[in-house]
Design a protein around this ligand. Structure first.
Ligand SMILES: [Zn+2]
Ligand SMILES: [Zn+2]
Length: 333
């Protein structure tokens, strides 16, 4: 099979020929149709994978090609996705508590095991999500990381139908976050830089748009009644924490973008209104399946650019430069 690998930390992606792996006990072999390029692929590229060479890619959509022994729930020919969650150990304390995304020995697709920048990829049976017929492989792929992270972050935020919810950023994550927030029944505030993005935000389902270069975001959120939740998708620490004062009492800032700088939050802002700042990890195979079904049901779709797998370097460079509109998806054929 053709596969893209990182030969050693910091190396460019290279296309290689490899034998097709065979599924062992409780494993599923998936024939990849599409794989999204995610910012977290930087971890594989820059040296955080356990071993090299390593094939990145954790936004996989494809078809079950073969199943190992002990796999009863997946059938050959079934369309499935694989995300960041690449399987749990079932024996560590979080697993025994049923919190599989927090598994201490979690297998991470494309990082601790080879991922979807390849024509075939192996995954344990618990890592898969069924893809509904309404979604194409190219549409499903970005929902396996960007999508489930936004969807799960919002549904776990404590906000309920009708509540004011803000989404910071309108990029690969944010353009999905705004759509999900609208379809979940929230009053949606999109926050980004530049007046020109307002029209796009409204097309995605935002009821309000705040240009953070000209308004005091916290004051504007407070004027709208205060946000029950803010989903921050950006890599700016300052833009993330600028929303805290705009949370209503007991409101929650959910951080899913990864700023390089630490978040600086005023303790008074937290204490005086009992506000919360929370991180949120992506989601399990079941969470991804919920995301896909919700997207199929409501019309939420990623906006993507597709490239052949052989152009992984170009796709990764566009993503890293912030030029992707809005997710890059590699296709195998
Ligand atoms: Zn990702
Ligand atoms: Zn575990």
């Amino acid at each position: 099979m053709r596969a893209v690998q990182v030969a050693k930390p910091g190396a460019d992606f290279e296309l290689v020929d490899r034998p097709v792996p065979q599924p062992g006990h409780w494993q599923v072999l998936v024939r990849t149709a599409a794989c999204g390029v995610c910012h977290s692929d930087v971890m594989t590229k820059d040296g955080m994978a356990g071993a090299y060479p390593r094939t990145p890619g954790h936004e996989v959509a494809g078809t079950v090609e073969a199943v190992g022994d002990g796999v009863a729930q997946w059938q050959v020919g079934q369309r499935v996705g694989i995300g960041w969650f690449g399987g749990a150990c079932f024996t560590c304390t979080p697993c025994r508590e049923g919190d599989f995304i927090s598994c201490r020995a979690a297998r991470v697709t494309g990082l601790s095991a080879d991922g979807g920048y390849a024509e075939y990829v192996l995954a344990p049976a618990d890592a898969l999500a069924a893809i509904p017929d309404e979604l194409s492989d190219v549409e499903a792929a970005p929902l396996m990381c960007a999508g489930v992270t936004c969807f799960n972050g919002l549904r776990g935020s404590g906000a309920r139908a009708g509540d004011l919810v803000a989404v910071v950023g309108l990029g690969g994550l944010g353009h999905l976050g705004v759509q999900f927030a609208n379809k979940m029944g929230f009053e949606v505030v999109a926050i980004a830089r530049g007046e020109e993005k307002g029209e796009f935000a409204r097309q995605l389902g935002a009821h309000h748009y705040l240009d953070s270069t000209v308004v005091d975001v916290a004051a504007e959120l407070a004027r709208l009644g205060g946000a029950r939740a803010v989903l921050s998708t950006v890599t700016s620490s300052a833009a993330t924490t600028a929303t805290v004062g705009g949370l209503r009492p007991r409101g929650r800032l959910v951080v899913i973008g990864v700023p390089t700088e630490p978040l600086q939050v005023s303790a008074a802002d937290l204490i005086l209104a009992s506000r919360l700042v929370a991180g949120h990890a992506s989601g399990t195979g079941m969470d991804s399946e919920d995301t896909l079904r919700f997207a199929a049901l409501t019309g939420v779709r990623p906006i993507v650019e597709t490239l052949p797998m052989a152009e992984a370097n170009r796709g990764y460079a566009r993503m890293m430069a912030g030029q992707a509109r809005f997710r890059i998806v590699l296709t195998t054929r």
